[in-house]
Design a protein around this ligand. Structure first.
Ligand SMILES: Nc1ncnc2c1ncn2[C@@H]1O[C@H](COP(=O)(O)OP(=O)(O)OP(=O)(O)O)[C@@H](O)[C@H]1O
Ligand SMILES: [Mg+2]
Length: 258
């Protein structure tokens, strides 16, 4: 029995906060004593930058990066400790070369089960493809950050249709959680969109709403989660959202059977 929980942070839409939220989820899992790995599957290497402080780190060939998972001759992964404290597996700018073989992607990610992690967070690239489907096919949970605007909700419809057609039949256990990010507090339009989303998504939508705050960027650049750099309530909101997003209630499975 595999004891690793896989959480894929994915949305086809770009710039909604996937990487920021993935890093925060990994921080919280690490803080709560879980042996935690963050895997950067995006050739842009944003998570690699946050974890290492080096914006050029992903500009390398496959060897020594997450792409080693695709290479059966590699015996030991180049896992490093991030500035945040949790472990990470870095991206390569050549990652798009694995996009033609879904089965190979699934095999590659399954190898991570041998490393003894409690929690593995996968930061996915912002486009549907092997590096989004393979994680969703093996994951326990998909975290979907979205923005509360027309484009954000349109993107969500795409995600839901994709999941229903391509993921659900093969991974019926996948549990989806959506979370609104970059909320502009004074926007009444956004408020209306959030209300609408709540009605449509029910409990799949997190009740916490993550606001647009410069401090999020600043904290990440310092290698810290936002709740450790501010006493303002929004820090606590991030923390409690992340807590729920990484936790799995024991009786979830009972509920589904009943
Ligand atoms: N709540 C927030 N408040 C302020 N800035 C934020 C917030 N969330 C994310 N950001 C900033 O917005 C930008 C995009 O965020 P991020 O890189 O996490 O999105 P992404 O979905 O991973 O993007 P991509 O699709 O390119 O991978 C980053 O500069 C990040 O620091
Ligand atoms: Mg990203």
């Amino acid at each position: 029995m595999s004891m690793t929980t896989f959480i894929a942070v994915a949305n086809q839409k770009g710039g909604v906060g996937k990487t920021s939220i993935a890093a925060h989820l990994a921080c919280l899992a690490h803080e709560t004593g879980k042996h935690t790995l963050l895997v950067d599957l995006d050739q842009q290497g944003s998570a690699t930058l946050l974890c290492s402080g080096d914006g050029a780190k992903h500009r390398v060939p496959p060897q020594g990066t997450v792409m080693d998972l695709w290479d059966d001759s590699v015996e030991k992964l180049n896992i490093r400790e991030s500035l945040f404290g949790f472990d990470y597996l870095q991206a390569s700018q050549e990652l798009d070369s694995v996009d033609d073989d879904l089965q190979a992607g699934i095999r590659a990610l399954h190898k991570l089960e041998d490393y003894g992690y409690d929690t593995i967070i996968i930061d996915c690239p912002p486009a549907p493809g092997v590096r989004q489907f393979a994680p969703l096919l093996i994951a326990n949970r998909q975290v979907i950050p979205l923005t509360a605007d027309a484009l954000g909700t349109q993107g969500l419809v795409g995600v839901l249709m994709q999941n229903q057609k391509l993921i659900q039949p093969h991974n019926p256990e996948l549990d989806m959680r959506m979370i609104v990010n970059m909320h502009k507090v004074n926007s009444t339009t956004q408020k209306a969109v959030i209300d609408q989303l709540q009605g449509y998504l029910g409990s799949q939508l997190m009740t916490q709403v993550l606001t647009d705050r410069e401090l999020v960027k600043q904290a990440l650049r310092m290698g810290k989660p936002v709740w450790s750099v501010t006493r303002e309530p929004f820090g606590e909101t991030w923390r409690s959202a992340c807590e729920e997003l990484i936790s799995f209630s024991e009786d979830d499975s009972d509920k589904e059977v009943a």
